[in-house]
Design a protein around this ligand. Structure first.
Ligand code: ADE
Length: 251
């Protein structure tokens, strides 16, 4: 599949975006509309917005609000489920996971930076048994987009994923072992599903908080969320503009 699809222009894109605050600017920018006739099983909170931009079909999948608690269904469980369901239903040429992330200043990240991810891995799946240890880390390469990175002048770095916003000392050791510049709560899970179903995936991550800085993460994240999602949205628009009319092999 990869060979054939590399030779024709990308036409069908699925964004996976975990938070409503991150998703809505993209939805509004591309004037996407909410799909009322859901492709997904009845009762799930997952939301699809769709529309077109130039020659591209664009879908934004947001895992929606937790039905009991009313907050965004962030993290690896919901993101892998929606990635699986969206690939089954929409057969995209490309998955784009766009979202916010914590950044490490020691690795060159600053607030508002937008990274294209080269590699994803988990930092909170510790299984100290030979080979299971590697399974736990679950390292995967993102689809390579050297021309996109060059043209848009974006930073490139490795991503480490875990289901917590904070970082324990053990997480930190794993993140360092993963050589990560940014830390999120979805990327490696989406990479796992995309790899399994052989769909190329790229990751666009905007830095809301400095993990190795002196501010409490949750506070810094909430403080910067709105401004940084604007930077994320601008980068997403440039990424889509760049992809339009190109084949996967030209990205
Ligand atoms: N998303 C934004 N900031 C984050 C952090 N510090 N850790 C995990 N996910 C994040």
């Amino acid at each position: 599949m990869a060979d054939q699809s590399q030779k024709r222009p990308v036409s069908n894109i699925v964004f996976i975006i975990a938070m409503q605050t991150e998703a809505l600017p993209v939805v509004n920018r591309f004037q996407l509309t909410e799909d009322t006739n859901s492709l997904f099983p009845q009762g799930v909170p997952w939301v699809r917005y769709c529309g077109s931009y130039k020659d591209l079909n664009i879908n934004v999948i947001w895992p929606g609000k937790d039905p009991t608690l009313g907050v965004d269904s962030i993290g690896t469980v919901s993101s892998s489920l929606v990635t699986y369901a969206a690939i089954q239903a929409l057969k995209p040429d490309l998955i784009i996971n766009a979202g916010t992330a914590g950044g490490f200043k020691a690795k060159g990240a600053s607030i508002g930076d937008v990274f294209i991810i080269s590699d994803c891995a988990f930092h909170d799946r510790r299984i100290p048994i030979p080979v299971y240890d590697l399974f736990g880390v679950g390292s995967r390469k993102a689809f390579e987009t050297p021309n996109l990175v060059k043209e848009l002048n974006l930073k490139v770095g490795k991503l480490s994923t875990g289901d917590s916003l904070d970082m324990t000392q053990q997480d930190e050791a794993s993140i360092i072992a993963n050589d990560a510049t940014v830390k999120d709560m979805e990327g490696a899970a989406i990479a796992y599903v995309a790899d399994m179903l052989k769909v190329p995936a790229i990751f666009v991550k905007a830095v809301t908080d400095i993990v190795d800085g002196d501010k409490p993460t949750a506070e810094e994240f909430l403080q910067n969320l709105a401004a940084v999602t604007a930077a994320l949205d601008e980068a997403v628009e440039k990424v889509i503009y760049f992809i339009s009319g190109k084949c996967l092999s030209e990205l």
